[in-house]
Design a protein around this ligand. Structure first.
Ligand code: GRG
Length: 293
């Protein structure tokens, strides 16, 4: 795993440099406060696991590095935009994210709302202005679908609509699959689309993405009750306080972790059938299971 952590940190650094470059170019065209607010949320830390998955999968499938970077940066912008909106008083109503005050605490609710919308649109603008092939354009569609009304927006709206109501476990799984899993899944299928991968490879990567997406959310539920706010960088115990239906509420911590482990094992074993060096992806799956924040 030593090489793995080194490679992960290299990818992370590249993404952070990529974000800085994109923002440097855009600075003169935006109102100062909007720029500061957008940049605050996309550069204020985070594990960059989505961007890293995009870069590593593109590398594995021999996708050109600059194209991979365009998408890694865009995916992190979409993710940051969803976090800004998730923390708003009308949503999760949080005050802390990545160990720092949430966007709306620093810039106010109205600016945070613009920053979230701005980042989302900026991500697509950044990609669409460079789209020079069918694969590139299709991959933008994959991202838009993951972020949109059958992906993150679907999951979050169901989450809000069903708050305080009795829901069954299947509905919970749909919420998680959409809210958290869709973007993680896209981090695997975007590279496969860019590489015009064969259908079997696309399926393996998509299944891998779905399984690690489910595991990611289960571990998130577990960490909400087992970690402290300072470890998490956000308020711990929020699900319990809101009496939210989670894997932990239904199954308890141990069984929930066992379920996450099963998803990770299934994700890793699925990789065996593709003819590429997928060690990095397998190690990332293990990282998701063992993460502490
Ligand atoms: C603007 C696309 C868009 C959607 C708005 C508010 C909302 C609708 C969706 C919220 C989606 C959301 C935040 C789901 C939770 C996903 C999740 C577990 C996030 C935490 O990801 P980490 O741990 O965070 O990778 P870091 O900070 O490391 O990047």
């Amino acid at each position: 795993m030593t090489n793995y952590y080194h490679d992960y940190d290299e990818y992370k650094l590249e993404i952070e440099q990529g974000i800085e470059e994109v923002f440097k170019k855009a600075k003169k065209d935006m109102p100062r406060e909007l720029y500061d607010s957008m940049k605050y949320s996309v550069t204020n830390g985070g594990k960059r696991i989505r961007g890293v998955l995009v870069l590593a999968t593109c590398h594995m499938l021999n996708v050109d590095f600059y194209t991979a970077m365009d998408f890694a940066v865009a995916v992190e912008m979409v993710h940051a935009s969803s976090l800004i909106h998730d923390d708003l008083p009308c949503m999760d109503d949080d005050t802390m994210r990545r160990g720092k005050p949430c966007n709306h605490i620093v810039f106010g609710e109205a600016v945070a709302l613009y920053a979230g919308v701005g980042l989302l649109n900026f991500a697509y603008e950044h990609l669409l202005l460079k789209a020079d092939s069918i694969q590139y354009t299709k991959a933008i569609g994959v991202l838009a679908r993951a972020a949109g009304v059958t992906g993150i927006v679907k999951g979050q709206s169901m989450d809000i609509l069903y708050e305080g109501k009795e829901i069954d476990f299947e509905t919970l799984k749909t919420i998680h699959k959409s809210k958290t899993g869709a973007l993680i899944n896209a981090c695997l299928t975007i590279p496969a689309t860019l590489a015009s991968a064969s259908q079997p490879t696309m399926d393996v990567l998509s299944n891998f993405g779905s399984s690690i997406g489910v595991a990611f959310q289960i571990v998130d539920d577990v960490l909400d009750v087992t970690s402290t706010s300072s470890e998490l960088g956000k308020t711990a115990g929020k699900d319990l306080e809101a009496d939210k239906l989670t894997h932990v509420k239904v199954f308890g911590v141990d069984k929930a972790m066992k379920m996450a482990e099963e998803e990770i094992n299934s994700a890793i074993s699925g990789l065996e059938s593709i003819l590429c060096d997928s060690c990095f992806l397998a190690d990332t799956a293990k990282l998701i299971l063992n993460r502490r924040n």
